[in-house]
Design a binder for this molecule. Structure first.
Ligand code: GDG
Length: 463
C-alpha cells in the first residue's frame, strides 16, 4: 500500500500530546498505525519561517515540522486563517478582519509548506491535506511539479455562495480547492453549500456520483464524516471510573445530576447561550435547584485572536453572574474551567454525566458528541443535547436536537434530559452508539484513502 503523507497545521509530535485539545489530532492519531509521514507547524516561533522540516520519528510515524516567523504566525495563522476563514466558514461574517497582506502571507506560508514537503516525497505517496489553513497547498505543490495524488479534507463547515462572496478572494480560493484530486467534507450540508459556490462562482453544476471537471481536471467531491475510535473510548471511559479524577468528581458532586460540556473556548461552540440557558433552567424549573451541577471544561485556545479574548471575558462574567445569583453556601451550580484535562479523565467525566451538552452555533462535525455517547454506561446512559448546526446532527438524530440560538430551547432540552426515564435514555443511546460504531476514525480514514487511491489506478467515482 502507498505511504500516506498527512499535512495539517499542527502535528501531534510526542512532546505535543498529553492533555492538549484538538479534533484532528484525536481522530487521526490512532488510525495510521502502519506508518505515515506527517508534516505541519511545530507550534514554535523562529526568527524566520523555515523551508527545511525537522524530522522526528516516533513509532511508525515520521513527524516533520517547520517553525513559523512571528510575522507569518500573526498574518497567516492569527490573521487570514483564524480571523477570516474560521469566522466566515462558521457563518460569522461580522467577525471577519480581512487584510490583503494577511492573505499574501497565507499564500506564502502554503508555498513554504510545499517547499518543505517536496524533498520528503516518494513518487507513489498519497498526499492528504487537512483543513482551512492549507487550501492553497495543492496548487503550490503542483507548481513545484508534484504529480502525486493530492486530497483535501475540510474539517469545518462550508458556506453557501451568497455568504462565501463576502470573502474578497472567494473565487481564487474556490479554484484552489478545485486543484485537488479529492475534496472531502464532514456533512452533506457542507457539500451542498460547496456545490452552491461552484454553481454561483464558476457556473459548474455537480452531479452527485460524478467528479466535477474544472479546467479539464476531474475533482472527486464527497461527504465523509469523521468519527472516533468508539470502542476504545468506551473502554477508556469504563476504566477511568476507577481512577482518582473520577472519584474526586463523584465525591464533589454529592449525588447530584451532572451535566457536562467539553469544548475549546471558541465562539463557534455557543457557550454564552449555553450558560444563559443553564441560568434559565434554575429560574424556570426550580425543582433542579440544589440537585444539578453543570461542569464546563473550556480549554483555552487561539488566545492571540482578539475575539477569543473577548469571549473569555464574557464567559468569566456570565459564570460569575450565574453562580452569584443561584449558588448556596454548599452548592456551586456552574463549574467552569479553562484548563485542559487529560483525555482519560474526560472519558470518565462523560460517563458520570447524566447530560452531555453540545450546542455549537456551527461545527464541522463535533467529536465531543460522539465521545459523550461512546463513554456512557449502557445500563444507565445519559442524554445528549445536540445542536442542529453541528455536522454530527446529520447522523445523531436520536439526541435531543436543539437550535442553539434559542437559549430557552436549550433550557427545555436540559430539563427534558434531566427527567428522561431510563427506557427512553437506553433506546436513544443504543441507536446512537450503533451509529458511532459505523462511522469511526478508521472508516473515515479508510474512505478518504480509498477515494484518493482510486484515481491513481485508473479512476473510480465516489459520491
Ligand atoms: C475541528 C472542527 C471537527 C476538548 N477539550 C479537551 C479535550 N478536547 C478534545 C475533545 C475532542 C476534541 O478536543 C475537540 O474536537 P471537536 O470536534 O469537538 O472540535 P474542534 O477542536 O473545533 O475540531 C470540528 C474536528 O475538527 C474534527 O474533524 O469535529 O467540527 O471544528 O476530541 O475531547 N481533550 C483533552 N482535554 C481537554 O480539556 N484531553
Amino acid at each position: 500500500m502507498a505511504r500516506v503523507v498527512i499535512v495539517s497545521n499542527r502535528v501531534p509530535v510526542p512532546s505535543f500530546r498529553g492533555a492538549r485539545a484538538g479534533g484532528l489530532t484525536v481522530a487521526l492519531h490512532d488510525v495510521f498505525k502502519n506508518g505515515a509521514l506527517w508534516l505541519g507547524w511545530s507550534g514554535e516561533i523562529a526568527a524566520e519561517t523555515n523551508t527545511k522540516a525537522k524530522i522526528e520519528p516516533s513509532g511508525k510515524f515520521d513527524f516533520a515540522t517547520i517553525d513559523l516567523s512571528e510575522d507569518d504566525y500573526k498574518r497567516f495563522y492569527v490573521g487570514f486563517a483564524n480571523s477570516v476563514l474560521w469566522p466566515l466558514l462558521h457563518f460569522q461574517p461580522g467577525l471577519l478582519e480581512f487584510d490583503r497582506e494577511d492573505f499574501e502571507a497565507y499564500l506564502d506560508v502554503n508555498r513554504t509548506y510545499a517547499k518543505a514537503l517536496v524533498p520528503l516525497l516518494k513518487p507513489t505517496d498519497l498526499i492528504w491535506v487537512h483543513d482551512y489553513h492549507l487550501i492553497p497547498l495543492g496548487m503550490a505543490l503542483r507548481a513545484l511539479g508534484v504529480k502525486n495524488r493530492i486530497g483535501f479534507f475540510l474539517h469545518v463547515p462550508f458556506v453557501p455562495a451568497s455568504l462565501f462572496a463576502v470573502l474578497p478572494p472567494a473565487e481564487a480560493l474556490l479554484r484552489m480547492l478545485c486543484t485537488y484530486d479529492v475534496v472531502g467534507f464532514q456533512a452533506h450540508q457542507h457539500l451542498h453549500d460547496f456545490e452552491d459556490c461552484l454553481l454561483g462562482f464558476l457556473n459548474v453544476a455537480h452531479q452527485r456520483g460524478s467528479p466535477i471537471v474544472i479546467d479539464g481536471h476531474p475533482v472527486h467531491v464527497a461527504a465523509m464524516p469523521i468519527g472516533i475510535d468508539t470502542r476504545a473510548f468506551a473502554r477508556q471511559a469504563k476504566k477511568a471510573m476507577q481512577g482518582r479524577a473520577a472519584h474526586r468528581l463523584d465525591e464533589s458532586v454529592q449525588g447530584r445530576a451532572l451535566m457536562i460540556g467539553v469544548d475549546r473556548l471558541d465562539y463557534s461552540k455557543g457557550l454564552p447561550n449555553r450558560f444563559e440557558a443553564f441560568g434559565r433552567l434554575l429560574d424556570r424549573f426550580p425543582e433542579h435547584r440544589l440537585k444539578v451541577t453543570y461542569l464546563q471544561v473550556a480549554a483555552r485556545s487561539r488566545e492571540d485572536v482578539t475575539e477569543y479574548q473577548r469571549l473569555k471575558r464574557e464567559l468569566d462574567r456570565l459564570a460569575g453572574e450565574i453562580n452569584g445569583r443561584h449558588a448556596e453556601f454548599d452548592w456551586v451550580p456552574l463549574r467552569y474551567m479553562t484548563r485542559a484535562v487529560t483525555r482519560s479523565s474526560l472519558a470518565g467525566f462523560h460517563r458520570q454525566a447524566r447530560v452531555g451538552l453540545v450546542t455549537p452555533l456551527r461545527d464541522g462535525m463535533n467529536l465531543v458528541a460522539k465521545e459523550y455517547i461512546a463513554a456512557q454506561d449502557p445500563e444507565d446512559p445519559g442524554v445528549l443535547v445536540l445542536s442542529r448546526f453541528a455536522g454530527a446532527a446529520e447522523e445523531m438524530t436520536e439526541a435531543i436536537i436543539i437550535n442553539p440560538h434559542d437559549p430557552d430551547e436549550i433550557t427545555e432540552a436540559m430539563h427534558q434530559a434531566l427527567i428522561m426515564p431510563l427506557d427512553e435514555r437506553k433506546a436513544r443511546y443504543e441507536k446512537l452508539f450503533e451509529k458511532i460504531c459505523q462511522t469511526t476514525a478508521a472508516t473515515y480514514c479508510r474512505d478518504f484513502i480509498a477515494a484518493l487511491s482510486a484515481g491513481s489506478n485508473g479512476g473510480n467515482q465516489i459520491t
